[in-house]
Design a protein around this ligand. Sequence first.
Ligand SMILES: [Zn+2]
Length: 88
Amino acid sequence: MKEELNCPNCGAPIIGPRCPFCGTMFYDFADLEVGKFGYLRIKIKDNILIVKAVLEDITVDYGYFDTVDMQLGFHAVKIESKERVKNE
Ligand SMILES: [Zn+2]
């Protein structure tokens, strides 16, 4: 069973990538593993791409005053699909 998550900003239950109450984005990377591939859906300029990518590196440096410098490194293997964003 998937654990229930709450928005860190307002406390409302979160199901998808965005809090339904306050609109805050929530990126859940808890299942990422270095060396494993997955698919990313990402907007680049006027296109939305679905990319097969391998997570190559996670670097986390804890600083003073509860600051964290975090970097995620993905290597894109293949573009699975490309869709032009509709301008309204
Ligand atoms: Zn919220």
